[in-house]
Structures are given as structure tokens and as C-alpha cells.
Design a protein around this ligand. Structure first.
Ligand SMILES: NC(=O)c1ccc[n+]([C@@H]2O[C@H](COP(=O)([O-])OP(=O)(O)OC[C@H]3O[C@@H](n4cnc5c(N)ncnc54)[C@H](OP(=O)(O)O)[C@@H]3O)[C@@H](O)[C@H]2O)c1
Length: 287
């Protein structure tokens, strides 16, 4: 039974948000979709109502304010600046917020997040202090991140990167969205901090092989030095404040692969999708 009447989805055209929109509509929940660009309305599924607004300017969020019973919040900005004002505007009459946070957030007071420089912990604190009922989704890496390898798999079948031996669990963005839909529309998720993973923690080199096999284009990993990887990240626009933390994170997973959780199955009743499933469903992008 849907308790919520209307859900505002922030990041409705995003990697996770677009599946949240579809899941809510399928379940009969009314959806308001926030976007900075009204021209994107055509990309939304039928039934979602577009609401204009920019998270970085709270005054633009007036149209979205006070209209929803619950909010799915993505915060795809590099800092938490302006988040208090934006949160207050977006959650006007809402009873509940489900925040797309990150597995990097730590609950131990004083313990640094694993990706320093990210705003997720600050946004969690804001929400926790707001008095709103809330659920924090803390996904590990999205399977969609593997799309950064698509051009190399298509052209040469060789993916060059640092940390091929690092064991990383990737979670399918559709599974994150399925958990979000449950948390937005069901009772029983208040105060939860859901660590979301896929069903396994393959090394990056194994991930490339799995994708190549699934899509029918054999692919392999070729290791490059950390310094070269760092330069590539900087050249491609990674904020300087998070590059080294991201590389440290990968280095630490060479001897200690990320653990997996059963949270997707526990919350949705369906096991987390595998990387092979994901690759088969996105195969045309790798061929
Ligand atoms: N990638 C990972 O592996 C990973 C892992 C854990 C956590 N996360 C977290 O996931 C979040 C990103 O989620 P995602 O990948 O689904 O997002 P995304 O695909 O990057 O999409 C971002 C969405 O937010 C909207 N947006 C961007 N800037 C905005 C602004 N100033 N005001 C209003 N809307 C704005 C965009 O919509 P319009 O263009 O229509 O405005 C877009 O639909 C981040 O907070 C990240 O920390 C990511």
C-alpha cells in the first residue's frame, strides 16, 4: 500500500534518479521531477511532472517547495555549500527524505570518510538534524561507472588503468533505485543507513574480463603506474581535492577487497544484480 501521495525526485534524469522515477510511477506514486533544464522533460517517462530548479540556488526551488510528501535527494554537487537552504526549500511539507549518499560515509565519530572532500557526510548530518524522517542509501561504486571503459573495450579490447588487482563491489543502479522506492513508499525504513553493494567484489581486471565476455568482445586489463592514472584523472576534470583519496581507496582494496552486503535482497526481496547481468543489459554500448 502506497502511503506517499507525491514524491519529488531530485536528479530525476540521473543514473539512479531515472530508475527511481520509473519505479515510483510503476507503483502508482505521483512523481515530481526536478531538473535545471525544462528541455529535458522529453526524456522523462510519461506521467512524471517536471519541476524546474537548481540545487545551487535555493531561490530557484520555489516551484518545487512544499509540493511533495516525500523527497528523493541526490546531491551531485562537489560541496555542501547552500545545502541547508536547498533542503529547507525542497522538503517544505514533506514528511520523509531518502538521500542518495555514499558508502564512503563513516558512522564512527571523528573517523574520516573514505573519500575526503565529498559532501555526503555533511548532507547526512543536515538531514539527520532536520527532524525529517529519513533513510540514507550508501551505495558502493555504480556499475554504470564501467561505461568509462566502453570506448577501450569497443576499440582495442584493452583497458588501461591503475589498481587492476583491487577488489571492488559494484552495485547496479537499478537495485539502488529499487531500495529507494521501498524506502520512499513503505514503512520500516526510518533511520536506516543502507550499505548497498552488488553480489560480489571482483577485481577491476576481472570486471573488464566479465564485461568483455558478456558482450562478446574479449577484453583485458593493462596496469599503468599510479602517477599516470592520477594525471589522466586530473586531465579529465576530477576535482584535485578528491583525486588522491580516490587512488588511495583503490590501492587499499588490492589486499582488502570490499565486503558485500545482502541489503538489496533484504529490502527488496530480490538478489542484487550481477555485473554480468548489467553488462548484458548494456551490451550495445560496449560493441
Ligand atoms: N558513481 C558512483 O559510483 C557513486 C557511488 C556512491 C555514491 N554516488 C553518489 O551518487 C550521486 C550522483 O548520483 P547519479 O550518478 O545518479 O547522478 P548523475 O547521473 O550525475 O545525475 C545528476 C542529476 O542531477 C541533476 N543535477 C545536477 N546538478 C544539479 C543542480 N545544480 N541542480 C539540480 N539538479 C542537478 C541533473 O539533472 P538536470 O541536468 O536535469 O538538472 C542529473 O539528472 C552523487 O552524490 C555521488 O556522490 C555515486
Amino acid at each position: 500500500m502506497n502511503e506517499q501521495q507525491r514524491v519529488l525526485v531530485v536528479g530525476a534524469n540521473g543514473t539512479v534518479g531515472r530508475h527511481v522515477v520509473t519505479g515510483l510511477l510503476t507503483g502508482g506514486t505521483e512523481v515530481l521531477a526536478l531538473t535545471r533544464d525544462p528541455a529535458r522533460a522529453a526524456q522523462l517517462p510519461d506521467g512524471a511532472r517536471l519541476v524546474p530548479g537548481d540545487l545551487s540556488a535555493a531561490r530557484t526551488l520555489a516551484a518545487a517547495a512544499g509540493q511533495a510528501d516525500a523527497v528523493f535527494l541526490a546531491w551531485p554537487l562537489h560541496t555542501a555549500e547552500g545545502a541547508a537552504e536547498a533542503l529547507a526549500a525542497l522538503t517544505g511539507n514533506a514528511r520523509r527524505v531518502v538521500y542518495l549518499s555514499s558508502a564512503a560515509v563513516r558512522d564512527v565519530p571523528g573517523q574520516e570518510p573514505e573519500s575526503p572532500g565529498r559532501p555526503d557526510a555533511a548532507i547526512e548530518s543536515l538531514i539527520a538534524g532536520s527532524g525529517l524522517r529519513h533513510t540514507f542509501l550508501r551505495p558502493h561504486g555504480f556499475m554504470a561507472n564501467a561505461l568509462r571503459w566502453a570506448a577501450e573495450i569497443r576499440t582495442s579490447g584493452v583497458v588501461r588503468g591503475y589498481g587492476g588487482a583491487a577488489g571492488l563491489t559494484l552495485v547496479d543502479e537499478r537495485d539502488i533505485a529499487a531500495v529507494a522506492v521501498r524506502a520512499l513508499t513503505e514503512e520500516g525504513h526510518d533511520g536506516a543507513r543502507y550499505a548497498l553493494t552488488g553480489p560480489a567484489s571482483p577485481t577491476q581486471a576481472e570486471q573488464v574480463r566479465i564485461i568483455g565476455e558478456a558482450v562478446g568482445r574479449p577484453a583485458r586489463w593493462e596496469e599503468i603506474p599510479r602517477a599516470a592514472a592520477r594525471q589522466q584523472m586530473v586531465d579529465s576534470g576530477w576535482p584535485l581535492g578528491i583525486v588522491d583519496g580516490a587512488l588511495d581507496f583503490v590501492a587499499a582494496r588490492i589486499d582488502a577487497p570490499e565486503p558485500v552486503t545482502d541489503t538489496v535482497r533484504d529490502v527488496t526481496g530480490t538478489p542484487a544484480r550481477t555485473l554480468r547481468d548489467w553488462a548484458l543489459d548494456h551490451a550495445e554500448l560496449f560493441r
